[in-house]
Design a protein around this ligand. Structure first.
Ligand SMILES: [Zn+2]
Length: 723
């Protein structure tokens, strides 16, 4: 049982700031949601996640068309839903929340134009009768050109592969490897081109080890090829039998690629993936690709290309060997298969369904999402900054942006205090760490340059080459993929644009980018239950505060710490401090490696502490830093004599307890076990219950707030801590 005992801190110092009771409409509704989720029969000291979310869990089931359900997912779904309604209603029905954020007088026409671009794109996706009637026709010219490339270079595998890759990469289809533009790790002021392994339709190498998955995949690919070959003669396929044989060879080739691919864990260390290689050396490493020709076919500007960054050298080498050992028809079939499956989602349902069903089955899903859902997701991805603009105008006020700025600053202050006080930091390391912290750039809500989400003209120019023709969904989608692929090569050699956002404004997510030393919080996550300007501070600090702290401490996690304040990869830790830091990080790795989660068929899966170490450190650091920031805020109100507003107690829980309950309930969720198992392969985030119970077990403040005896599950004697 929990009794309403005000914490010692409140009794000791805040006589002017005693909790007010929960009377406002906002507080009553928040209280109902909090209390309705708590499982009062569970002892919070035994299983805090179950305590915080047990009742929620009882009343929430995963809908058949979803793989999970929870706060993140619900907010994300809600954001999509409001965008869908907005696009279906039209420009004149927009209800702008803040007119001053709206449209400059001379841009009203452009504003309506970009809105209609998103609307037309969405409607082109939603025009099912037309999409069905076109069948596989839109894909035929692409397959024909690819077939011709191989036909014309039948005697020269190297030329065929190189030209084939150059052709497909223009559509964002990547049969062997792909390119991306990021800051060059040792010269972060300039963009470099990175070469990344690719070519696996099933996304991760581990899935190719499961024979049932591989079988289902081959079946889905065969069905798709079969449907297409009913409409057109596929290059290199003369009979039904030929076709099945072609798919078998393509899938087998992919299996070979999976064997030489690196795992997500192997690719998680920035030091080992940073391999700048000259083009001459690349030709030696992977001689079956004509790198000079490939670059000349793809480049979009005149900047000299001396070197590329190869993230998996062993893969690139072995891929070249594999090509040399494989007959050209198999390679052609693999290229065709990758092309078909990468764009099949934009074709008629008889073509797109086999692969979707296979993916659904592997991830434990029951039914496919509706066409409406798919179309809004696709529109959001393709024209994300445009729909993001209208999301911001209707859902995110300047006041919310301003108060988030204040909150982020309080988290920065808290981390600064922690760095100042860390006993295991020596002064040299401490000075550079503080410099890095002070240089972290914070971006909140939406981008104001490259493109400027508040400027219709900027968005219009940004998406100029993405088409939204009402009757040509496939072509529209391809134009987006082309636009996206060209961006990479346009950036090469250019000065890094620090205003760029890697997320769209409506997205429920946040990130720390070590190469730019920036933290980014889109408007999409700055919403209840993470953040509500009307809620009391303890709940906001437990929610969005812990998220901000999470992103800030990423700058100093196992990989973030390898970059300095300018985003340059370099070792700035003294040996002794580094040793002590790694010792502390290891404590978390060992602790989390003992945690388990339910997998498919009642299996028990162990967390991979090593792979997840960055996220684990950020979860723990985030909670601690946010708690401290909230305490600072309380002290400030005492010092200034301003009555601390809005510090309600709810359901007899203390303000401290509510801070932790707010933190726990952000993670209330249910995930299909198959989906959990799938995510654990390449997602470095611990599953939701351990994002709560893991961090809670290491929090002395939690144990105090809930009076948990030492030795209980949530208050073990041995605690891990960095910050
Ligand atoms: Zn993270």
């Amino acid at each position: 049982m929990i009794t309403a005992i005000p914490s010692l801190l409140l009794l000791a110092g805040l006589s002017q700031c005693l909790p007010t009771s929960c009377q406002s409409q906002q507080c009553l509704s928040t209280a109902a949601s909090i209390l309705g989720s708590i499982d009062t029969r569970t002892d919070p000291c035994q299983d805090f996640y179950q305590f915080s979310c047990g009742a929620w869990s009882k009343i929430h089931e995963i809908p058949d068309n979803q793989l999970e359900i929870g706060a993140f997912e619900a907010l994300s779904r809600g954001n999509s839903e409001s965008l869908r309604k907005m696009l279906e209603n039209g420009y004149n029905d927009l209800k702008l929340q803040n007119a001053s954020n709206g449209v400059p007088g001379n841009q009203v026409h452009t504003d309506e134009k970009i809105f209609n671009k998103a609307k037309n794109y969405y409607e082109s996706c939603h025009n099912e009768p037309l999409i069905e009637s076109r069948g596989s026709t839109p894909l035929h010219p692409l397959l024909e050109t690819l077939g011709n490339i191989f036909e014309e270079n039948r005697e020269d595998v190297r030329a065929a592969v190189t030209k084939g890759i150059a052709y497909l990469i223009q559509f964002g289809t990547t049969p062997l490897f792909t390119f991306a533009a990021h800051s060059e790790m040792s010269h972060p002021e300039t963009y470099g081109v990175y070469v990344l392994q690719s070519g696996l339709t099933l996304a991760t190498k581990e899935r190719y080890n499961d024979s049932s998955v591989l079988e289902a995949y081959e079946k889905a690919a065969s069905e798709t090829w079969h449907k297409i070959s009913g409409n057109v003669q596929l290059p290199g396929v003369n009979s039904e039998n030929d076709m099945y044989h072609a798919v078998e060879r393509a899938v087998d080739f992919e299996k070979q690629l999976s064997l030489i691919s690196n795992s997500s864990q192997e690719l998680s260390n920035p030091v080992t993936i940073y391999n700048p290689v000259t083009v001459t050396k690349l030709n030696e490493m992977a001689p079956m690709i004509d790198w000079d020709l490939l670059i000349s076919l793809l480049r979009q500007n005149e900047h000299p290309i001396d070197s590329l960054v190869v993230t998996s050298p062993s893969y690139i080498q072995q891929m070249s060997t594999l090509i040399a050992e494989t007959d050209i028809m198999t390679i052609q079939y693999h290229f065709m298969n990758t092309l078909i499956l990468s764009v099949v989602g934009a074709l008629s349902s008889d073509l797109s369904t086999p692969l979707k069903n296979m993916t659904l089955h592997v991830s434990g899903g029951k039914v496919l999402p509706s066409r409406q859902e798919l179309c809004i997701q696709n529109t959001n991805m393709v024209l994300g900054q445009i729909v993001g603009r209208f999301y911001v105008l209707t859902k995110f006020s300047q006041a919310a942006k301003d108060s988030m700025d204040i909150m982020v600053n309080s988290l920065r202050k808290s981390l600064e205090q922690s760095i100042m006080q860390l006993e295991f930091f020596d002064d040299v390391t401490r000075t550079v760490a503080l410099d890095k912290l002070h240089k972290i750039v914070q971006k909140i809500g939406y981008g104001t340059s490259s493109p400027d989400v508040m400027s219709p003209a900027s968005l219009d120019a940004y998406y100029q080459s993405v088409t939204a023709m009402p009757e040509l969904f496939f072509e529209n989608y391809i134009s987006y993929r082309q636009w996206s692929a060209r961006k990479t090569w346009k950036l090469h050699g250019q000065k890094v644009d620090k205003q760029v956002w890697q997320l769209h404004p409506y997205q429920v997510n946040a990130y720390y980018n070590p190469l730019a030393n920036e933290i980014v919080f889109p408007a999409g996550i700055l919403q209840p239950p993470f953040y509500n300007v009307l809620n009391s501070e303890n709940l906001n600090f437990g929610g969005i505060g812990a998220v901000i702290g999470h992103e800030l401490t990423h700058g100093f996690d196992t990989s973030g710490r390898l970059f300095d304040g300018d985003g340059k990869i370099r070792s700035w830790w003294t040996k002794e401090t580094e040793r002590k830091y790694l010792e502390r990080a290891q404590c978390f790795i060992d602790q989390y490696s003992n945690f388990t989660i339910n997998g498919p068929g009642n299996t028990s899966l162990h967390l991979k502490g090593d792979f997840e170490s960055g996220e684990i450190l950020a979860d723990n650091g985030g909670l601690q830093i946010s708690y401290n920031a909230w305490q600072n805020s309380l002290k400030d109100s005492k010092r200034t004599g301003i009555k601390y507003q809005n510090l309600e107690t709810i359901g007899g829980y203390t303000a401290e307890q509510l801070f932790f309950i707010g933190f726990g309930q952000v993670w209330c969720s249910k995930v299909r076990p198959e989906y959990t198992a799938m995510r654990m392969i390449n997602d470095p985030h611990p599953p939701p219950q351990w994002r709560v119970n893991g961090a809670i077990q290491n929090s002395i403040e939690f144990a105090k707030a809930f009076n948990c005896p030492t030795g209980t599950s949530m208050n073990p004697e041995k605690k891990c801590r960095v910050w």
